[in-house]
Write a protein that binds this ligand. Structure first.
Ligand code: ZN
Ligand code: FE
Length: 256
């Protein structure tokens, strides 16, 4: 299986997975780069996996379905271009011969889902939309901080080798914030250097891995004493884990 990040808009990635003949795409906000890749690589599109309803994740769905006949999958409780197969957490769907477990990850949007495969060529793979980013997490638009904390916890519990395919290249700006939160994290410093080198060559920093994110991402580490302490310096009244997480997310929203 080949995994490709197709750049779109300012900083989106449309993830394409293919076996040389058949492909699936995740969150095609724009049909054009997907059509270009399908043509160039000689692929037939079989499935479209959608994580949530935002336009930069759904804008190309209808055009791609009409052009290719691909089956569209998406969250049951959100408005996704119909017809599509409505999915809920706990369900499994088979696309390209791979079983994809659906995980409910509310927070960025109320019905956001993620897709996890235990083994693609022997390695676990996650498409997590705008829930988990490398070094960061999505803004909480429709859900609550408690929901987002639980959603990130569910993703952090996946195997450390899991490749994490996020929908945006936000890594360097996330890592600037992460270093402000946790300046003493040596793994974070090394990871930042590697990501800077990739971006200087205009290459994606993604996919990341769950193991890496557990080591460097403050939003998966908000229970660490050093992080809770740094957060309380900004928000002294944050005295339980949800309040610390909420204050960390607020701090990021205003960080420059
Ligand atoms: Zn979004
Ligand atoms: Fe997005």
């Amino acid at each position: 299986m080949n995994l490709i990040a197709l750049p779109a808009f300012e900083d989106n990635y449309l993830w394409l997975l293919h076996d040389g003949q058949r492909a699936l795409v995740v969150d095609p906000g724009d049909a054009a780069p997907v059509q270009e890749a399908l043509g160039r690589l000689g692929l037939r599109l079989h499935g479209i996996l959608v994580t949530h309803h935002h336009g930069d994740h759904t804008g190309g769905v209808a055009a791609l379905r009409e052009a290719t006949g691909a089956v569209v999958y998406g969250p049951a409780t959100e408005r996704i271009p119909a017809p599509y197969q409505a999915l809920r957490g706990g369900q499994t769907v088979n696309v390209l011969g791979i079983d994809w477990q659906v995980i409910d990850v509310p927070g960025h949007t109320a019905g956001h889902i993620a897709y996890f495969a235990a083994a693609v060529d022997g390695v676990p793979l996650l498409f997590c939309g705008d829930t988990l980013f490398s070094g960061g997490c999505g803004r909480i638009f429709e859900g609550t901080p408690a929901q987002m904390l639980a959603s990130l916890g569910a993703l952090a519990a996946l195997p450390p080798a899991t490749r994490v395919c996020c929908a945006h290249e936000y890594t360097l700006s996330n890592l600037r914030f992460a270093q402000a939160v946790e300046p003493g994290n040596a793994e974070l410093i090394g990871y930042t250097r590697r990501c800077q080198a990739l971006r200087e060559q205009n290459r994606p920093t993604l996919p990341s891995t769950i193991g890496t994110e557990r080591a460097i991402n403050p939003f998966l580490r908000s229970r660490q004493p050093a992080i809770a302490k740094a957060v309380r310096a900004h928000a002294p009244s944050a005295n339980d884990e949800v309040a610390v997480f909420a204050a960390l997310r607020e701090w990021k929203n205003t960080f420059r």
